[in-house]
Design a protein around this ligand. Structure first.
Ligand SMILES: *Cc1c(COP(=O)(O)O)cnc(C)c1O
Length: 398
C-alpha cells in the first residue's frame, strides 16, 4: 500500500466527495481512547469525539471485542426475524429509560423522522392533525422533514419544504398556548440544544410542556440524539429534570462509532402503531446492537455519567480561573460544553488543531467541547493548555 500524506488525501477527497463539509486537510487514520493519529503519525487529543459520538473513547477494547465476536457470528438478518443482540439492547434501553418500546434506526435524523410518524399516528387516531411544534435554534437532522423543524439557513435551496411544522421561541410557553389548535400532533425539543449553540432549556419549561401535552393529549418528544448516553452527566438529559417524554430519540453516542439510532416510546403512543406502519432494512442489525450493548455496559461499569459531571465541573472551574476577558460565559451540562467568546471561534478551532487538539465551533462565537467521557484529567489539562495558548495566538493575530 502506498503511503499518502494528509495533503494528498485531502486533494483526492476534494475531487470526488460531495463538497458539503468544510473539511480540514487532516486524514485521521487511527484512534485509541481520547487520542487519534493522522496518516503522517501526528497525534491529537480529540475533544470533539466525532461530534459527541465516541462517548466511551475511540476503539474501546470491550466495544471492539463485541463487534469482532458478532462479526464472526451474524452481521445482518432481516427485521422479519428476531435477533438476540437486538432484543437484549431494546430490553436494556427500556429498563434504563422508563419508556416501554424501542425501534432501531441508522441515524439521528431517521430517529426523529420515526418519532414524528409515531406522534402523528397517535394524533390521527384522536382525530387531530399532524403539525409538529419545534423550537427556534433547534437541530434535528438534515433530511427534508428534519430540516423543516429547524433553522432557515438549512432549508435554503431545498424547497418545497415539507408542511406541518411550526417553530416557536425557546422557553416560551405563552406562545405555544397562543398558537395551539387541533392540528397540533406534538412538540419536539432537545433538552439542551446542540448544534444551535449549546443552549440550555429551563427545567420549568420542560415540565410545563409535559403538563400541556398531557392536557391536550399530544406527544412530547425529546431529541436526545446529542444529549443522551451520559453526555450531560446523566444517562439521559431528561433525568436532570425528571420530565418523562412520550417519545425519545437517540443516536450519536449510542453505538460508540457504529451507525445506530433509536426511537423509544411509551405504551400509550406505541399502542397506535400497527404492523407495516414503519420499517427499516439495516436498523438495529445484530452488529450495531452488539456494539451498542457494549457501549451501555461500559458507561455503567466505568461510571461515565458521573465522570462527565465531574469533568464538566472541572473544565468550568479551569475556564473561570483563566480569567480570560474574551470569554463571555460557559454553557451546557456535563461534557457537553459551549464556551462563548467575544470573537468568532473559527480561527480558534484552527489554532487548536495546529496545536494538536480537535474541537469545534458553533454559531459564530461558541467553542464546542464534547470529548470522550473517559478522557483523563492529564489529557484535559493538555486541552486547557492548548486552549489558553490558542486564545493568545488568535488575539495577537486580530
Ligand atoms: C446530530 C443530531 C441529529 C442528527 O443526527 P444524524 O445522525 O446526523 O442524522 C438530530 N438531532 C440532534 C439533537 C443532533 O444533535
Amino acid at each position: 500500500m502506498t503511503l499518502r500524506t494528509n495533503k494528498e488525501l485531502y486533494e483526492l477527497d476534494k475531487q470526488v466527495y460531495l463538497p458539503t463539509f468544510g473539511r480540514y486537510p487532516v486524514a485521521i487514520q487511527r484512534g485509541k481512547g481520547s487520542r487519534v493519529w493522522d496518516v503522517e503519525g501526528r497525534e491529537y487529543i480529540d475533544a470533539f469525539a466525532g461530534i459527541a459520538v465516541n462517548n466511551v473513547g475511540h476503539c474501546h477494547p470491550d466495544v471492539v471485542r463485541a463487534i469482532q465476536d458478532q462479526a464472526g457470528r451474524l452481521l445482518h438478518i432481516s427485521n422479519y426475524y428476531v435477533s438476540e443482540p437486538q432484543v437484549n439492547l431494546a430490553g436494556k434501553l427500556v429498563d434504563l429509560s422508563g419508556l416501554d418500546r424501542v425501534f432501531f434506526s441508522n441515524s439521528g435524523a431517521e430517529s426523529v423522522e420515526g418519532a414524528i410518524k409515531i406522534a402523528r399516528k397517535y394524533a390521527h387516531c384522536r382525530s387531530k392533525g399532524g403539525t409538529i411544534i419545534s423550537m427556534q435554534g433547534s437541530f434535528h437532522g438534515r433530511t427534508l422533514a428534519t430540516i423543516a423543524t429547524g433553522r432557515q439557513e438549512l432549508q435554503n435551496g431545498f424547497a418545497p419544504i415539507p408542511q406541518g411544522f411550526i417553530q416557536i421561541p425557546l422557553n416560551n410557553m405563552e406562545e405555544i398556548e397562543k398558537i395551539y389548535n387541533e392540528d397540533i400532533a406534538g412538540i419536539i425539543v432537545e433538552p439542551i440544544q446542540g448544534e444551535g449553540g449549546i443552549n440550555e432549556i429551563d427545567e420549568s419549561f420542560l415540565s410545563q410542556l409535559r403538563t400541556f401535552c398531557d392536557e391536550q393529549d399530544i406527544s412530547l418528544i425529546f431529541d436526545e440524539v446529542q444529549t443522551g448516553i451520559a453526555r450531560t452527566g446523566k444517562l439521559f438529559a431528561k433525568d436532570h429534570s425528571g420530565v418523562q417524554p412520550d417519545i425519545m430519540t437517540l443516536a450519536k453516542g449510542l453505538g460508540g462509532g457504529v451507525p445506530i439510532g433509536a426511537i423509544l416510546s411509551n405504551e400509550k403512543v406505541s399502542a397506535t402503531i400497527e404492523a407495516g406502519n414503519h420499517g427499516t432494512t439495516f436498523g438495529g442489525n445484530p452488529l450495531v446492537c452488539a456494539a451498542a450493548l457494549a457501549v451501555l455496559e461500559t458507561i455503567e461499569k466505568e461510571n461515565l455519567a458521573e465522570a462527565a459531571r465531574e469533568k464538566g465541573e472541572w473544565i468550568r472551574q479551569q475556564v473561570k480561573e483563566m480569567n480570560e476577558p474574551s470569554v463571555r460565559r460557559i454553557k451546557g451540562k456535563g461534557l457537553m460544553l459551549g464556551i462563548e467568546f467575544d470573537f468568532e471561534t473559527k480561527s480558534l478551532v484552527q489554532e487548536m488543531l495546529n496545536n494538536g487538539v480537535l474541537a469545534n465551533y458553533l454559531g459564530g462565537n461558541i467553542l464546542r467541547l464534547v470529548p470522550p467521557l473517559n478522557i483523563s484529567y492529564e489529557e484535559l489539562e493538555i486541552v486547557m493548555d492548548v486552549l489558553k495558548k490558542s486564545i493568545e495566538r488568535v488575539k495577537e493575530n486580530e
